[in-house]
Ligand binder design. Structure first.
Ligand SMILES: [Cu+2]
Length: 299
């Protein structure tokens, strides 16, 4: 009787504390501080909730394991510490079957669990769209990006990030001119099939706010399937060390309304960027399957 009453008294502050802690969580905290989450705003793409769910759940499980392990370590250190007057080795314990079975099976179950959930989510994220609304081809090149708006017969050649002129002001040192960054326009709420191709070496197309990146490999076509859901400008990087100016291989993604997207395409066409900047501009055309060159002639 006294025991249950004591439990009841303990339950009230615990419940209050848990409610208080969770209610005080911002959107960023609930999503494990991953980029792109803002209170009261939609996720950046249809897939970011899934990625953050996997991330946060993994952290919670691993923290629980960590707390148990740390508690056991501290307990062993405190309870079995050497006391005054003790000499020699303490009683040695080995071949304890129940403990060995326990610490083999528990990590095994954890690894199987992490694998299963990761495989399930990756499968969903990588699944090609059966009927994409839009096809875009991204060409990575040392050290910038070309955008090919395949369905709209327009393209946009990119240059590598330009440093802001050095005025001696240390606060702008190392900044880049944002208006000159290669900028990929994507219409909001459309299923977009992004084809990823490289003109030279291995690069990686990474938009941190999309919580996903994909390597761009010469001679191999990759895809990213994305449905952006929040209008905005998002930073992008090349995430694969690709040479001297890898760090200048920056870009932006602008998620815009359909009207703004159409306007941008019209703007590109007005500049004369009609058609496509296709594989012909790849630096390495001597790739398996291209058929050239077949023999080592000097002609
Ligand atoms: Cu690169």
């Amino acid at each position: 009787m006294r025991h249950t009453r004591r439990l009841r008294w303990a339950a009230i502050p615990i419940a209050a504390a848990v409610t208080f802690v969770l209610a005080g969580c911002s959107d960023a905290q609930l999503h494990g501080f991953l980029p792109g989450f803002k209170s009261g705003e939609k996720p950046v793409t249809t897939k970011t909730e899934m990625v953050s769910g996997l991330w946060v759940t993994s952290w919670i499980v691993l923290l629980v394991v960590g707390i148990i392990v740390w508690a056991l370590v501290i307990w062993a250190v405190v309870v079995y510490r050497r006391r005054k007057g003790q000499t020699g080795l303490p009683v040695q314990l080995r071949y304890n079957m129940p403990i060995e079975v326990f610490y083999t099976i528990v990590p095994f179950i954890l690894i199987i669990g992490f694998f299963a959930f990761t495989a399930r989510d990756q499968d969903a994220i990588e699944k090609p769209y059966a009927n994409p609304d839009l096809h875009v081809t991204v060409y990575a090149k040392q050290w910038a990006w070309d955008w090919d708006y395949t369905d709209d017969d327009a393209y946009d050649p990119g240059i590598q990030a330009q440093a802001v002129a050095d005025t001696g002001d240390s606060s702008t040192q190392g900044d880049v001119v944002e208006s000159e960054l290669p900028t990929l326009y994507l219409p909001v709420d459309k299923k977009i099939d992004i084809t990823l191709k490289s003109r030279d070496v291995i690069h990686s197309f990474w938009v941190p706010a999309f919580l996903y990146k994909k390597d761009v490999i010469p001679g191999h076509t990759n895809h990213m399937y994305v449905t952006p859901t929040r209008i905005g400008t998002y930073k992008g990087d090349c995430a694969e060390l690709c040479g001297e100016y890898h760090s200048a291989m920056l870009f932006q993604v602008k998620v815009v309304s359909e009207a703004d997207y159409e306007a941008h395409i019209a703007e590109l066409k007005a500049k004369g960027y009609t058609g496509s900047l296709g594989d012909d501009y790849n630096r390495n055309n001597n790739l398996p399957g291209t058929g050239a060159p077949t023999s080592g002639g000097n002609d």
